[in-house]
Design a binder for this molecule. Structure first.
Ligand SMILES: Cc1cc2nc3c(=O)[nH]c(=O)nc-3n(C[C@H](O)[C@H](O)[C@H](O)COP(=O)(O)OP(=O)(O)OC[C@H]3O[C@@H](n4cnc5c(N)ncnc54)[C@H](O)[C@@H]3O)c2cc1C
Ligand code: FES
Length: 280
């Protein structure tokens, strides 16, 4: 094989063996990991981007970075246990090693959002990439207008990042609204799907950016709720999740028509995917 090609391939697909410096369960099914790249090098990601996480002999999966790039020397992931790889990753603790490639994909254009009000709409595990965006905005608070966070989970026990939710609730420069589909005996907040939080919002429509991440079924109803407020379509951004293999635009696994979700996304402007039946 041509040596230049071999070198290029090696660099493209070779993970960097990185160290887990903290690991803790957030819920029964989600585990949080703080990870250090070799030499403590910064990941240099953009909120909304993902990394390919691998365990030797088990497999590899795309996982969104949930920390802000303003954090230096480490980055964070939150991983839901759904199958063989994620089950094995859940067994890892601080001091264990994990393979990392990336960051990959197109994230949220935080520079273009400067000066705008930001409306975050996160459903379930969709709050994971949005936490990166939220913390980036908090760390650059003067660059952005209102920060409105809508977060929905199936039940109170499934809410992630509970310490931070409390902080978001207490800060005067954040408008935080949370809801659960099903309450429990201790829950005193809203009950209902996330779209019930949208009608009461008073928004400066032209100056507000909506960033939406959630399960596929959520997009349809959130888009309907935003449309009924006459929210401009050009101001809506969403992250799409597709099965991926290479993560770098080579294998076609993540393709929707002419788009590769791993490279053209996962964050898209709504106008880019509006007409694609398969996308939403
Ligand atoms: C851009 C991107 C970002 C992601 N970010 C995160 C994250 O931050 N945290 C997290 O926990 N997960 C995230 N995921 C999903 C994660 O990649 C999958 O859960 C993981 O690949 C499952 O691997 P597994 O071997 O454990 O399970 P598998 O055995 O591969 O699958 C178990 C079950 O999950 C389903 N599944 C697997 N992958 C996907 C997928 N991409 N979309 C829908 N269903 C799937 C399978 O159909 C199956 O039912 C992300 C996916 C993408 C594409
Ligand atoms: S995952 Fe291979 S092309 Fe997108």
């Amino acid at each position: 094989m041509d040596t230049v090609l071999a070198k290029e391939k090696k660099i493209l697909y070779a993970p960097e063996i990185s160290e887990i410096i903290e690991a803790k369960f957030l819920t029964a099914t989600e585990k949080f990991f703080k990870i250090k790249l070799p030499g403590g090098r910064d990941l240099k990601h953009i909120p909304g981007q993902f990394v390919q996480v691998s365990l030797f002999g088990v497999g590899e999966a795309p996982i969104s970075v949930c920390s802000s790039p303003t954090q230096k020397g480490f980055f964070e992931l939150t991983i839901r246990k759904v199958g063989m790889l994620t089950e094995k990753i859940h067994e890892l603790e601080a001091g264990d090693k994990i393979g990392i490639r990336g960051p990959y994909g197109r994230g949220f254009d935080v520079n273009a959002f400067k000066g705008k009000d930001i409306l975050i709409i996160g459903g379930g595990i969709g709050i994971v990439p949005l936490r990166s965006l939220i913390n980036y905005i908090i760390d650059n608070r003067n660059d952005y207008g209102r920060l409105i966070i809508l977060y929905g989970a199936k039940s109170p026990s499934e809410l992630l990042y509970r310490d931070e939710l409390k902080m978001w609730e207490e800060r005067e420069d954040i408008e935080y609204h949370v809801t659960v589909d099903r309450s429990d005996e201790n829950w005193k907040g809203n009950v209902g799907v996330i779209t019930t939080l949208i009608p009461p919002l008073e928004l400066d429509l032209e100056n507000t950016i909506a960033a939406i991440v959630g399960p596929p079924v959520m997009y349809k109803f959130v888009l309907l709720a935003l449309k009924s407020k006459r929210f401009p379509e050009k101001n809506i951004y969403m992250s799409l999740e597709r099965r991926m293999k290479c993560g770098v635009g080579k294998c076609g696994h993540c393709q929707i028509n002419n788009l590769y979700v791993c490279q053209d996304g996962p964050v898209f402007n709504y106008l880019e995917v509006k007409g694609l039946e398969e996308a939403i």
